[in-house]
Design a protein around this ligand. Structure first.
Ligand SMILES: Cc1cc2nc3c(=O)[nH]c(=O)nc-3n(C[C@H](O)[C@H](O)[C@H](O)COP(=O)(O)OP(=O)(O)OC[C@H]3O[C@@H](n4cnc5c(N)ncnc54)[C@H](O)[C@@H]3O)c2cc1C
Length: 766
């Protein structure tokens, strides 16, 4: 028994000091990715999260689907899903949770953190104070856990603020902004008219509904609004919409989104229960009789508050022009997406989104405070203008950048540096290489990995696909929209394409060969050649031989323009780096076939050509008279792990008939081998929304599941079965010495040849 007598003095709660190499505040996707990345490279990390689960806005408490550059596959950013750790998390979630249950996503994240022995995770622990040293550094962050009544004082040489509102950045005195810049400050045409449109994006709160199979009544709480039918946005509501489809239930952009957050939440509860009252009791939704509320958010998703200043501030022009910087470490590709501050009460559209033509780079200098010497920034608080934040704020972009923070912390620790030191030209390459070794795919950055022994190997394959077309199947697609086959083509060469159509009546079909005006994107904004073909009624084979050529190597778009009287023959074959896109609409991301912004906002006009999700989105049964040598084994050594817009698939692909393809890596002399890394095709084009939205497969069908690795004497040094990850890192227990490695792969999909993007071999543990 514990019995304590009255004390006239104040009691203090239990206090626990924590010492680590890096303190990460905030357990959203950004904080989680920064913490795991650092921990995997040996840093001791304290991860402080004020809520009971990880994931921030992606958690089951808020239930947002995490998005990034793929933009629901609704813009022109091909193969742009974020790589590295966040991709590993997405593929794990896909394997276990392709239906998108937010509770399961919570466990995927928790498991990933739990498995890292270098992370001390404290849930329900809110940071509320900071101690700052005289050296302009954060010394400690103090947090309290209400569940165990314990105060934690976390010290470290490095801190990362991934808390959304920037609690430690704010308390330590870092310079920040909140609200929109003027158009003039960074020459941003899209900067909003603050009086009319507003200064800040608001919060949103969601609900889920459930059919209980019998009529169920509903009495709203007294605080629910009574006039939901007058909400300008109520016309958006469709029965069956729940979760993040209700993103437009937004409020608070005219308020202080930090200190009035609880007031904003209460207003959103009033609106949510009022909407449900209207649905159940207005008589306008008779089909809602059997529906009940299954879940209502208790924590609103917060879109915007403070943005902290780094040595560089990302702005509109960086996004629109896809500007590259020497210190690029991440990328974004979501539209610049602003919302009217009046949210659900606004007369404006619920959002205004303008896309760039391609993905843009994010410089490392956005990820640390320019004033506080040991403070990294991750998540929505990074150094970006309000307009650029409109794009960089989405969670996969946040998580991808946070990996750079975690990796930078590792270099800081190893070399006794501070965050800013890594931005120097001498150091940034180390960070970029470390990131790309783990699949970060920093855009348009070619790096030499001098430690990678595979680069020095002579590689031979059992077969290599020379692409001369896709085998025809008896599946036809009506050209309800323009349909394009994407193929990488060479500069200054002509090509001949053959395909079969079935015309419902005599008609005219327009063919175009399009390409992109720059190597920074996959937007088909240049017509290289075109032809009109008179079709007779019925089936016929068409050949289109180009006479004009493109000026540089590039992915090109062989387009069959819209004609609803024509069907084109498809193929069941799917091959790494080759795909079809259509000139169609995706209203969810403001894609109306093309975008034509007002001239004064300085955003490009262009068409959208976007893919369908499997099982749709088949390739055209196309034949090329000259085979394309686009899958050569040398691609395995070029450092890239996804196709890029300069016209390289970057993959080695075996013949489709080769059921057990092999690759031999041979060296002149014996080499010591400790680590082998393989990079498979996890279809970086497919958006892997984490919640609500299901996916067609639990394993990406291009990924090689089963393979063996043998040494020069034929000994099996590794056998893998059931792989579903993009990157396999094989650490051998003992280093081996050999002059040859043989990789034996097993083809698992009838219509998909085996492919590999990259193999790396090191004589050390990475
Ligand atoms: C309604 C809405 C719709 C959106 N739509 C999308 C979408 O569809 N897809 C998408 O990808 N993005 C979307 N976004 C944007 C995205 O959710 C945020 O920009 C993103 O979550 C920011 O990531 P973060 O890691 O900085 O913050 P968060 O995800 O908010 O994570 C911050 C974490 O820090 C914790 N924390 C805060 N203060 C403290 C403290 N003092 N101590 C300890 N921990 C603390 C929080 O609990 C939280 O877990 C949307 C945002 C909102 C609000």
């Amino acid at each position: 028994m514990i019995s304590e007598a009255y004390s006239s003095k104040k009691r203090i709660t239990k206090t626990v000091p924590l010492q680590s190499d890096l303190v990460v505040v905030g357990g959203g996707l950004s904080g989680v990715c920064a913490a795991i990345t650092a921990a995997r490279s040996g840093l001791k990390v304290t991860l402080l999260q004020d809520r009971p689960v990880l994931g921030g806005n992606a958690s089951s408490e808020v239930r947002l689907w995490s998005l990034g550059a793929t933009s629901h596959m609704g813009n022109n950013n091909r193969w742009s899903r974020e790589g590295g750790l966040i991709n590993e998390i997405l593929l794990e979630n896909l394997k276990r949770n392709k239906e998108g249950n937010p509770l399961i996503f919570d466990t995927v994240l928790l498991e990933k953190v739990y498995e890292e022995k270098n992370i001390t995770l404290l849930l329900n622990t809110a940071v509320y104070d900071v101690e700052k040293g005289e050296d302009n550094k954060v010394k400690t962050a103090t947090a309290f856990c209400s569940q165990n009544s314990t105060t934690y004082v976390a010290s470290a040489p490095l801190f990362c603020d991934a808390s959304g509102d920037g609690i430690i950045a704010f308390m330590s005195g870092a310079s920040f902004r909140m609200g929109a810049e003027t158009k003039e400050e960074f020459d941003e045409g899209f900067a909003p008219n603050i009086k009319d449109y507003g200064n800040l994006l608001g919060h949103s709160l969601y609900f889920y509904t459930k059919d209980v199979g019998k009529p169920i009544s509903y009495t709203a709480p007294s605080f629910a609004i009574k006039n939901a039918e007058e909400l300008p946005r109520i016309k958006n509501f469709q029965l069956g919409d729940h979760g993040c489809k209700l993103w437009w239930v937004e409020h608070g952009g005219r308020l202080d989104t930090i200190h009035q957050s609880e007031d904003i939440k209460f207003e959103l509860w009033k609106v949510v229960y009022g909407i449900w009252d209207y649905v159940k009791n207005s008589g306008k939704y008779p089909e809602a009789a059997n529906l009940t509320l299954e879940w209502v958010g208790t924590i609103p998703g917060k879109r915007e508050s403070r943005r902290f200043e780094g040595d560089f501030m990302l702005t509109q022009k960086d996004i629109v022009e896809q500007r590259d910087y020497y210190d690029a470490v991440s990328f974004g590709g979501w539209a610049m997406d602003l919302h009217p501050a009046d949210g659900i009460y606004s007369k404006h559209n619920s959002c205004t989104q303008w896309h760039g033509k391609g993905v843009y780079s994010i410089p490392y200098r956005c990820y640390y405070s320019k004033n506080i010497d040991n403070l990294f920034l991750a998540g929505r608080i990074i150094s970006a203008s309000h307009v650029a934040f409109g794009s960089s704020r989405v969670m996969l972009t946040c998580a991808h950048g946070a990996q750079a923070v975690g990796e930078a912390a590792v270099i800081c620790k190893e070399e006794g540096l501070l965050p800013r030191d890594i931005a120097s030209k001498g150091n940034i390459g180390k960070l970029q290489l470390a990131l790309n070794r783990n699949g970060q795919s920093i855009p348009r950055l070619s790096l030499q990995d001098i430690d990678d022994l595979a680069v020095k190997a002579n590689i031979e394959a059992s077969s290599t696909l020379a692409f001369s077309g896709f085998a025809a199947t008896d599946d036809w697609q009506i050209l309800k929209f323009g349909l394009a086959q994407m193929v990488p083509l060479k500069a200054n060469e002509t090509y001949s394409f053959e395909f079969e159509v079935d015309a419902l009546e005599a008609t005219n079909l327009e063919l175009q060969l399009k390409s992109s005006s720059a190597c920074t994107h996959f937007t088909p904004d240049v017509i290289i050649d075109k032809k009109e073909i008179d079709l007779q009624k019925g089936k016929q084979i068409i050949t289109f031989t180009t006479t004009k050529t493109q000026a540089q190597d590039h992915y090109s778009f062989f387009c069959l323009m819209k004609n609803e009287k024509v069907k084109v023959r498809l193929s069941d074959e799917r091959i790494t780096g080759l795909m079809t896109v259509e000139n169609k609409v995706n209203k969810a991301v403001s894609n109306f076939g093309r975008q034509d912004p007002p001239a004064e906002i300085n955003v490009d006009s262009f068409e959208f050509w976007t893919p369908e999700r499997r099982p749709k989105g088949k390739n055209i049964a196309l034949k090329m008279t000259t085979p394309l040598l686009i899958f050569k084994v040398d691609n395995l050594k070029n450092g890239e792990v996804r196709p890029n817009s300069n016209g390289s698939t970057n993959a080695w692909v075996a013949n489709i008939a080769d059921k057990t393809p092999t690759l031999d890596l041979k060296w002149h002399d014996k080499v010591g081998i400790k680590t082998i890394k393989l990079f498979f095709d996890c279809d970086y084009d497919h958006a892997l929304e984490t919640t609500l939205m299901g996916h067609p497969e639990d394993i990406i069908p291009f990924v090689v599941a089963d393979y063996k690795i043998k040494d020069g004497s034929g000994n099996i040094i590794k056998e893998v079965t059931g792989n579903y990850q993009a990157i396999n890192t094989i650490e051998l227990d003992q280093a081996i010495s050999t002059d040859k490695l043989t990789f034996e792969f097993v083809k698992k999909e009838e219509h998909i040849p085996v492919s590999v993007f990259k193999i790396s071999v090191y004589n050390q543990t990475l």
